[in-house]
Ligand binder design. Structure first.
Ligand code: TXA
Ligand code: MG
Length: 358
């Protein structure tokens, strides 16, 4: 399959381009489009054969259900049965935006979309290209993040090409995405509702409207339907072994410096993934190792600018991975607000290698 890439102005999408993409979706083809979180790999959500192609293109296990993207809250009834008051409240405030709601599904939604679950994940994206596409196609669009399985989510069209060239029909290139982290998923099929994936909308924002929402980010095994979303351990794993360091910034920096010197002395090539301020503090301590060419540093945002950190995180992981380092030492700008989502992605990438330094 030849993959076509069409540039599209994120501020004012060209109607001819959107019409072409909408026609491709209606014809059962795969179309990658930008959202405000990450790029999505879209297919006609009510066409099981089209949905099936998503799993093939991504190498995604069939037991990992997809998010259905709709144009506005009025379309919830096409896919879901009812909407609890809390879900409605969140939707009215935070749609269009980085919020996904899990609701009881309607039979019309194919099992391929929901991995046989009796619930469906729904989201209204705010990105102009995504909105124009949904309006023009007049369809709900099933779309996971447009990465190969176990690769970081794509925040640029180039990331998508790196993973999916030859596997999708069309990529709409609307430039880098705004938030850079996936949507926050809140499950309203249970009472009280549960936040299953921290993302672009913070737990604090969710609880400000629906205080009974609890945080429950669990781990499930690879062979059961994923009640807890995106929870496969390998989900965000880079090929290098990533270790996450937590504690006071000073101690984290000191420990990463010490471990970098040791690892380099043992012949390893090391990548360091950290907010700019941490890297600045680290620089004098790792100067000799860095001079040996055995250390790659990769900033993402800063402790003061966590939003930029969110925007840059996945690109930073991809860039470090591309250098071929065998180990990555990482730190986060915190653990609440938007940093909770950043930390969540790094915890997954670390597959349990977390060093808490007290
Ligand atoms: O920001 C986003 O949410 C992006 C953009 C493209 O919208 N999409 C995205 O999709 O991150 P994906 O497939 O990478 O992650 C969706 C997660 C999956 O891990 C899946 O397990 C979970 O949502 N999910 C989908 N339907 C579900 C359901 N019925 N019950 C529980 N979890 C569900
Ligand atoms: Mg994904």
């Amino acid at each position: 399959m030849k993959t076509r890439v069409l540039k599209v102005d994120a501020a004012k999408p060209d109607a001819a381009v959107i019409e072409e993409a909408a026609a491709a979706l209606r014809a059962g083809q795969l179309v990658v489009f930008p959202t405000e979180t990450v790029y999505g790999l879209g297919a006609h959500a009510l066409d099981p054969a089209a949905v099936q192609k998503i799993f093939v293109a991504k190498d995604r296990p069939a037991n990992d259900p997809l998010i259905v993207h709709i144009a506005h809250i009025g379309q919830v009834g096409q896919c879901a049965v009812g909407m609890p008051a809390g879900a409605r409240k969140l939707a009215l405030s935070f749609w269009a935006g980085p919020l996904t709601l899990i609701l009881k599904k309607k039979p019309e939604v194919p099992d391929a979309v929901t991995a046989g679950l009796d619930s469906v994940a729904l989201r209204v994206p705010s990105h102009r290209v995504a909105r124009a596409l949904m309006e023009m196609a007049a369809l709900p669009i099933a779309a996971p993040s447009a990465n190969r399985f176990s690769r970081p989510s794509p925040t640029t069209a180039q990331h998508v090409l790196d993973d999916l060239d030859g596997r999708v029909n069309l990529i709409l290139d609307g430039g880098p995405t705004d938030i850079g982290l996936e949507s926050t998923i809140v499950d309203f099929t249970v009472d009280p509702p549960v936040l299953r994936r921290p993302g672009g909308l913070t737990l604090e924002q969710v609880q400000s409207l629906v205080p009974e929402v609890t945080l429950q980010v669990g781990q499930t095994s690879a062979d059961e339907p994923q009640a807890a979303p995106g929870q496969l351990t390998r989900h965000y794993a880079p090929s290098a072994t990533l270790t996450l360091y937590e504690g006071s910034p000073e101690r984290v920096v000191a420990q990463i410096a010490a471990d970098t010197r040791t690892a380099v002395a043992q012949g390893n090539r090391v990548g360091i993934l950290a907010p700019e301020d941490d890297l600045k503090a680290l620089a004098p301590h790792i100067a000799p190792s860095a001079a040996s060419g055995k250390v790659e540093v990769q900033p993402y945002g800063s402790r003061a600018d966590v939003e930029r950190g969110g925007r840059e995180l996945f690109a930073a992981i991809r860039a470090l991975d591309a250098t071929g380092v065998s180990m990555i030492f990482a730190s986060t700008p915190g653990s609440d607000g938007l940093a909770r989502a950043i930390r969540d992605r790094l915890v997954r990438a670390a597959e349990g290698r977390i060093r808490t330094i007290v």
